[in-house]
Design a protein around this ligand. Sequence first.
Ligand SMILES: NC(=O)C1=CN([C@@H]2O[C@H](COP(=O)(O)OP(=O)(O)OC[C@H]3O[C@@H](n4cnc5c(N)ncnc54)[C@H](O)[C@@H]3O)[C@@H](O)[C@H]2O)[C@@H](O)CC1
Ligand SMILES: Nc1ncnc2c1ncn2[C@@H]1O[C@H](COP(=O)(O)OP(=O)(O)O)[C@@H](O)[C@H]1O
Length: 277
Amino acid sequence: MSFRCKISDKRVIERPVLLAPPASTHKYARGSAIVFSGPPLRTGASRLSAQAALTVGAGLVTIVGEYEALKEHAAQVTAIMLREVDPDLAIIDDRVRSALLGPGAGISTRTKEAVLRLLQKGVPLVLDADALTSFELQPSELFGALHDQVVLTPHEGEFARLFPVIDLADRFTAARLAAELSGAVVLLKGAETIVAAPDGRLAVNTYASPWLATAGSGDVLAGLVCGLLAQGSSAFEAACIAAWLHGDIGIRGGPGLTADAMPGLIPLVLAACLDKG
Ligand SMILES: NC(=O)C1=CN([C@@H]2O[C@H](COP(=O)(O)OP(=O)(O)OC[C@H]3O[C@@H](n4cnc5c(N)ncnc54)[C@H](O)[C@@H]3O)[C@@H](O)[C@H]2O)[C@@H](O)CC1
Ligand SMILES: Nc1ncnc2c1ncn2[C@@H]1O[C@H](COP(=O)(O)OP(=O)(O)O)[C@@H](O)[C@H]1O
């Protein structure tokens, strides 16, 4: 594992410690991640996620999608690989350590089916945005298929759609109940981000900035979680570390910060976390 997660006695997430990869490492040892693309003209969100996953340290990141969508990505990315999606998801082979689905995916039966197929693969998984909202009418269908290496990353709107029975007035209790109900780690986004695991672990990230409230910011966060899962962090730790790193991106970025600029700040954030010992 590349990061040590630190949480205070008061359940506040602290600066994580980044361990440099061993001299003998190679890109597959650092972890291979898959990010699912949105359809043509909706590819930006998944691209932001993929850039964040790669920059936070996954050894390889592949964007998977339909051919016309990949053409858009090809005009924008270089280090990130592109592969056409196949119906059986054979792309999720033994080397793949994490996946992300939802940013820009579209709210549809197609997205729902893709989520359920992906969950059957058992790979550590981040479900964000439209992958959550697509289950608004039948959340139990999603909950029945989740496993404990899944991280759900709703903002309050998405949370209310997926967990209509849970009152958001107390966000700590809401996140804890949602993790229990769904059986997955829940990262509830907002000015304070709460992370809850089905086994009762709970943490909060207060180290953030309102400059993070900008379109695509959550897509970057989802990509960070995916990139950390690829490197071997557990679902709960990946969510906690990502929330802190994302907060630091916001603090460093400050006024004028856009999601496009966020991946470029990640190396500075990582350098400040690097274990010098
Ligand atoms: N560059 C891009 O391509 C971007 C694509 N995005 C994608 O656009 C799609 C829609 O995502 P959105 O999050 O905009 O919209 P949603 O489809 O989640 O709906 C937004 C609605 O949710 C409600 N809501 C309640 N609490 C909220 C909160 N805390 N934050 C935001 N909305 C809240 C509001 O009523 C708002 O009208 C997703 O697939 C997302 O990944 C966005 O992430 C923005 C950037
Ligand atoms: N006022 C705020 N203070 C700190 N962080 C915020 C604030 N508002 C939003 N954020 C963070 O910005 C991100 C927004 O994500 P999201 O709502 O999914 O946007 P998008 O869908 O456009 O990517 C979340 O990580 C959230 O925690």
